[in-house]
Design a protein around this ligand. Structure first.
Ligand SMILES: *Cc1c(COP(=O)(O)O)cnc(C)c1O
Length: 385
């Protein structure tokens, strides 16, 4: 996060001292990221992946900065419409949907869908007649911190078949989509997808079907403890790949989630207990795997931790959450060091935690409520404390 965002959030915490744990999001930082994507990818359209953080104030900030939305369910559609989005600004990116979800989306005016199977394509033809469809292909992105495996995307050599079938079913074949895996530190990962998409455009053209849209998905990385390239580097590499593989520039769609909102947020936690067990110092926080830190599963995301009130020498720690679940250990292999003076009752901040935290929080595991979010909009807060 920028020093200005950190200072704004810290000032809010000083002035209001809300109970821990909580997530605080600076929506100005969200809007700034959306505008930065616009500068780095001129002529592209951005659809923010709502699942990263669906707070109404975050959605309003995306919209005000000119963004649209990648939605995955009826509730996400209604959240975006309630925030003021036009249905045309929504793209239904989830390839796994019930017929009733498709009908719901269509009734609300959503006309852009992503698909990756014959079954879903047939359901779209029936419940969203005439809609635009992009076919998601499976692209390997081995460097991703949280890869999708083989859950989504058809084999690239089957995509043209689906797009041609879409025409027969009365749908509008828009183009090709792919996602290189979230927190993808390697901009080159997009190259494979862009090349495969260009081949599918050519195959479709040979069959008399003109495609127009290239959906580059999300996956843009965020610097947690380990540095990832800046957005400029992603943009330079990806735009060069599009120029190299496409004879005519396609409509480009981007679906970032993490990169839009992660650096806008900070989780304020409280230390519940510090205890030495089997020679290791364990720090138990009031936030863990089930109320905000879901992405520490397998220690995939190494957040930066900052104790705002403690200085002095540091030593190694294991970090764990507050619940009675053996999996609620946040970091035991990733080396972390915290001040030796850290005590129960101290505050500890988790930086760059605006994405995939509150939205993953369970409703009441062990009686612990979901992580509350305070959004800073201009000079006001959108939740009472
Ligand atoms: C989750 C998701 C995204 C966002 O991915 P990030 O890694 O957060 O940028 C984009 N598109 C689709 C289809 C997704 O499921």
């Amino acid at each position: 996060m920028t020093p200005a965002t950190l200072e704004r959030i810290r000032r809010f915490l000083r002035e209001h001292d809300p109970p821990a744990p909580c997530l605080v999001v600076d929506t100005g930082a969200v809007a700034a990221r959306v505008r930065q994507f616009g500068r780095e990818f001129p002529r592209s359209r951005l659809c923010y992946a709502v699942k990263a953080n669906p707070e109404p104030a975050v959605l309003r900030a995306v919209l005000a900065a000119g963004g649209g939305f990648d939605v995955a369910s009826p509730a996400e559609i209604d959240a975006c419409l309630a925030a003021g989005a036009e249905p045309a600004a929504l793209s239904y990116g989830n390839t796994i949907k019930k017929a009733t979800d498709i009908a719901f989306a269509h009734a609300r005016g959503v006309r852009d869908f992503t698909t990756d199977s014959e079954g879903d394509l047939a359901a779209l033809a029936e419940h969203a007649p005439g809609a635009s469809v992009s076919v998601r292909i499976l692209v390997d992105g081995p460097a991703s911190a949280t890869p999708f495996g083989q859950k989504f995307g058809c084999e690239p050599d089957r995509a043209a078949e689906l797009l041609v079938a879409a025409v027969r079913l009365g749908l509008d074949p828009a183009g090709v989509a792919f996602h290189v895996g979230s927190q993808q530190p390697d901009p080159q990962a997009w190259e494979t997808g862009v090349a495969a998409a260009a081949k599918i455009f050519a195959e479709c053209a040979a069959a008399g079907v003109q495609l127009r849209r290239l959906n580059l998905g999300g996956g843009f990385g965020v610097t947690y403890r380990e540095a990832v390239p800046p957005l400029e580097s992603y943009a330079r590499t990806i735009r060069a790949a599009v120029r190299a593989h496409f004879p005519r520039e396609p409509e480009v769609l981007l679906e970032p989630g993490r990169a839009v909102v992660a650096e806008a947020g900070l989780i304020r936690t409280e230390v519940v207990l510090v205890s030495t067990r089997f020679g290791r110092r364990w720090v138990y926080l009031d936030v863990g795997r089930y109320n905000g830190l879901a992405e520490t599963e397998n220690e995939a995301i190494p957040y930066r931790l900052d104790p705002p009130d403690r200085y002095g020498p540091r030593g190694p720690v294991v970090i764990a959450g507050p619940t009675c679940d053996g999996d609620d250990v946040v970091y035991q292999r990733t080396p972390y060091e915290l001040p030796l003076s850290l005590r129960a009752g101290d505050r500890l901040d988790i930086l760059d935690a605006g994405a995939y935290t509150a939205s993953y929080s369970s409703v009441a595991f062990n009686g612990i409520p979901p992580l509350p979010t305070y959004c800073l909009e201009g000079d006001t807060t959108t939740h009472d404390i």
